[in-house]
Write a protein that binds this ligand. Structure first.
Ligand code: AHM
Ligand code: MG
Length: 300
């Protein structure tokens, strides 16, 4: 059995980045236990973006903060739940994260996830996703699983009975195939181009697989090796809902490393500069041919 740390050493990730990625992994283990047994009520607070927080959102954020502050190699953090980036030390790595993405699904017991993007930077403003040195997502479903890239492809790890992340030998590559996860379908009421695209998928007998959590929805495309996840904008919210820094860029890095693509409809997600931490972007990611189809249908 290859464990997470063994794999990192095997692919030559030693020293500082090794410590940062261990901090990510250790936070995930603790959040996994919290999601399974912690309180699921509202925290009674809002994050800076005016979104209602659950106790689990706040506590997951605190867990990650704790591990990142303990890790000497991390100098900077930014969280979807915090108003600004925080300097936490002198380490050269910056870790941005969404501690519990999709947490509105917790009360109905659907899967949720954590997303990390790792950079070597002193500020996240001005970075591009292509500068990430690693990205990690964790899915808290019936099992807790973790996907990791350090720029050498993608590997999956599954939390086992000894509370260790064990590598899955399955090769993670995304080719072509008929599966779709159409986010923000509401937009199709005002966008004929999106409605036309949805009709294309239905007319061509694509399989619908959409849970409403970006992490499990994109994770399944990576694991099944095919499909498309879409989240366009529309008139009232031209850039949609999903955040470039915390959600889209780490997902795009994983998708490209698996042989898929990620676009905002015009350009690669990884080429977009982060102008503000809260910046949103439309996103289409999955099989290369499907991403191209989204660009063609939605170019207007
Ligand atoms: P969150 O970070 O507040 O949890 O929101 C992100 C989630 C994604 O996981 C998912 O793709 C999207 O919101 C779905 O949003 P909606 O149901 O509002 O279209
Ligand atoms: Mg989120």
């Amino acid at each position: 059995m290859t464990k997470y740390c063994d794999y990192l050493k095997e692919v030559g990730v030693n020293g500082d980045l090794f410590e940062v990625l261990c901090a990510c992994k250790n936070s995930v283990k603790e959040i996994s236990a919290l999601v399974k047994l912690g309180k699921i009520g509202k925290a009674g607070t809002e994050n800076v973006f005016g979104e209602e927080q659950l106790e689990l959102d706040v506590e997951s954020d605190e867990i990650i903060q704790k591990y990142m502050k303990e890790c000497e190699q991390v100098g900077l953090i930014a969280s979807e739940e915090l108003p600004d980036e925080i300097k936490v030390g002198d380490g050269e790595y910056g870790v941005c994260y969404d501690p519990l993405d999709g947490s509105s699904l917790v009360d109905v017991n659907l899967a949720v996830g954590t997303i990390f993007g790792v950079y070597k930077t002193g500020s996240f403003v001005g970075v591009k996703g292509s500068e990430q040195v690693a990205s990690v997502i964790a899915v808290y479903g019936p099992r807790t699983t973790l996907l990791l890239t350090t720029g050498n492809g993608v590997k999956e790890f599954i939390l086992n009975a000894e509370n260790k992340f064990e590598m899955n030998d399955k090769e993670i590559t995304v080719g072509e195939g008929k599966m779709f996860a159409p986010g923000n379908l509401r937009a199709s009421a005002k966008r004929k181009d999106y409605m036309d695209l949805v009709h294309y998928w239905c007319d061509n007998q694509y399989t619908l697989r959409y849970s409403g959590g970006m992490v499990p929805d994109v994770n399944q495309i990576l694991l099944k090796g095919k499909g498309i996840f879409s989240y366009p904008g529309y008139e009232d919210a031209p850039n949609g809902k999903l955040r470039l820094l915390f959600e889209c860029a780490p997902m795009a890095f994983l998708m490209e490393q698996a042989g898929g693509a990620a676009s905002d409809g015009r350009m690669r997600i990884l080429e977009k500069e982060v102008v503000s931490l809260d910046q949103r972007t439309p996103i289409y990611l999955g099989s290369k041919g499907e991403v191209r189809r989204c660009e063609e249908y939605l170019e207007k």
